[in-house]
Design a protein around this ligand. Structure first.
Ligand SMILES: [Zn+2]
Length: 199
């Protein structure tokens, strides 16, 4: 069966979403046909709002609608410890479970000699700038174990070798290749408290 053009457009638009294939896109598009107009309009506004209002925090690269994100501007959090994560969604995992009360730094990628991802391609210089400003005592690397994680951790620890800052890595309770978002809070809490000093 051939769908009308506008419905086909919607299906094709939905298919660009991660994890949405042809069948799922079809199902969502058909379900949307049954939504009333108001609901669809608020849905569309929400999508556009994300793009218009959200930007990266200039300090930690977390997402924010303000000039500086809620975490960086929170005076009640520890300022001397930075947890380095790969992706913004990792922050939500820590925060949802109240596992950490320091600062974060979102790399937005990992160093990969195989894929040719260099330190310049990720948000790593700003991490060193933060550390070099002083006040930081420890940098905790909280990234799921992989070859890229190894390369990134090594780079960070080498760069900070003589800075007087402790660099540690969350414990290997996090299995190799495990997606951080599927790790339960207890495992992550243990991995954080059993972190190992690497330089
Ligand atoms: Zn921030």
């Amino acid at each position: 069966m051939v769908y009308p053009k506008s419905l086909n457009n919607l299906i094709n638009s939905l298919k660009i979403l991660p994890g949405v294939g042809e069948k799922t896109a079809e199902r969502i598009a058909l379900a949307m046909l049954n939504f009333d107009k108001e609901k669809l309009e608020s849905f569309a506004t929400a999508i556009i709002g994300v793009k218009n209002k959200i930007k990266p925090c200039p300090i930690c690269h977390n997402l924010t609608e303000q000039n500086i994100c809620d975490i960086c501007s929170n005076e009640n959090r520890r300022k001397d410890i930075i947890c380095v994560v790969e992706d913004v969604k990792n922050i939500f995992l820590f925060e949802k479970n109240s596992l950490f009360n320091g600062q974060y730094h979102v790399l937005g990628g990992l160093i990969s000699p195989i894929d040719g991802t260099d330190p310049d391609d990720i948000n790593i210089k700003t991490l060193f700038d933060r550390v070099n400003k002083g006040d930081i005592k420890e940098v905790i690397i909280a990234i799921k174990p992989s070859l890229e994680e190894e390369a990134t951790s090594l780079y960070i620890s080498k760069k900070l070798e003589n800075s007087g800052v402790t660099v540690s890595k969350i414990a290997q309770g996090v299995p190799m290749g495990a997606d951080m978002e599927y790790i339960d809070a207890m495992t992550l809490e243990n991995a954080l408290s059993d972190r190992k000093k690497i330089s």
